[in-house]
Design a protein around this ligand. Structure first.
Ligand SMILES: *Cc1c(COP(=O)(O)O)cnc(C)c1O
Length: 351
């Protein structure tokens, strides 16, 4: 606390990101991709003319938005890009959720959403998860000030079909529905095609997970032109240049290499399912996952004890110290070798 802080700053509860250790560890705590980005990205970085940095970047990131529009079969005017999807989400909260009525979100979901609510003074209600840890879409009501959930959800891993989400959209045409698809490329079903029918649907996604570019900070949203224009109004009232020239060029290179993208995603899915079976053999409960992580618990061993023991052995996973998640560890899917180290270490720790 400082007397110099404005009252709004005193009242914040900032998001706490997963640790980025300085020493070498097997890092399975922040859902980064274990594989390098497309080789075209490396070429962009190697050949980028430093002299170009004298100039400001393109304020509308035209070429990157065109490349995204092409990848997702939408119009360029239906695409917004930002400095990580965290920024895109922050803009969406400001643009659409500062309403009289409270917004709705699942009780267990990406923990940044309530942080944005505090920052922007948005009141929110939470919806308890179903008995299979699914987001109960039927519990969202049409009188909400807005609706947000991740699909597949984090850190639970369950995803809904496009058809189920369309049922929700048919019921709630008066408020904006944000579907955060950060993990959709690992086996979820995208609702991007529905933006043509539902002008209140905004889909967000990121280059951080499935495109191996967490360090570059690139995220995007796809939605109707009117929603995209709302995001642009916020962006242009805050920072005209959220995408630097290097990130712009590297992002385009990443989108061009669809083969690399598909190979990485399918390798991660294969490794995830192998790891699931091995953890189950060790007695862990493993939630079904359509993402690049597994949420697990062991009926006989405390999650925080396992977390500490793994850390001492050079393996970093994520433990959330909240009521609902205290018994669980969230384990990002790494390379096959990393996951062998993980399961061998857990085997020693649980025998
Ligand atoms: C990782 C993550 C993000 C943020 O991604 P960035 O683009 O790196 O800011 C957003 N939503 C969910 C659910 C995530 O897990």
């Amino acid at each position: 606390m400082s007397k110099y802080w404005s009252p709004a700053v005193r009242d914040l509860t900032p998001y706490v990101p997963g640790e980025q250790p300085r020493e070498h560890m097997i890092k399975l705590n922040t859902n980064e991709n274990p594989y390098p980005p497309a080789s075209g990205v490396e070429k962009v970085l190697r050949d980028f003319p430093a002299d170009h940095l004298r100039r400001y970047p393109d304020p509308v990131s035209q070429s990157l938005r065109e490349a995204l529009a092409q990848s997702y079969s939408v119009d360029t005017a239906q695409v917004f890009v930002g400095n990580g999807s965290d920024e895109v989400l922050a803009f969406a909260f400001q643009a659409f959720f500062r309403q009289e009525r409270p917004i709705s979100m699942p009780a267990i979901t990406y923990s940044f959403y309530p942080v944005y609510c505090r920052l922007y003074g948005i009141d929110y209600r939470t919806i308890a998860l179903g008995d299979q840890w699914q987001v109960p879409l039927e519990a969202f009501t049409a009188d909400s000030g807005g609706i947000i959930f991740a699909n597949p959800n984090a850190p639970t891993g369950h995803g809904h079909s496009r058809e189920s989400i369309e049922e929700l959209l048919k019921r709630v045409s008066e408020c904006v529905v944000v579907v955060d698809e950060a993990y959709v490329d690992f086996g979820g079903e995208s609702v991007v095609p529905l933006i043509q029918t539902y002008p209140n649907l905004l889909v967000t996604n990121t280059f951080s997970k499935s495109r191996s570019l967490a360090g570059l900070r690139l995220g995007f949203a796809i939605g109707s032109e009117e929603l995209i224009e709302g995001l642009e109004r916020i962006k242009n009232s805050f920072n005209s240049y959220p995408i630097d020239s290097v990130a712009h060029a590297a992002g385009i290179a990443a989108l061009e290499d669809t083969q690399h993208f598909e190979d990485c995603c399918s390798r991660i899915i294969t490794t995830r399912e192998r790891t699931r079976r091995q953890l189950q053999q060790l007695g862990f409960d493993v939630l079904p996952s359509q993402t690049n992580f597994l949420l697990v618990r062991h009926p006989q061993y405390d999650a925080d004890q396992l977390f500490i023991a793994l850390r001492e052995r050079g393996i970093l996973v994520r433990h959330f110290n909240t009521e609902a998640l205290r018994d669980f560890l969230r384990i990002s899917v790494g390379t096959d070798d990393e996951m062998v180290s993980l399961t061998e270490t857990l085997s020693e720790l649980t025998s």
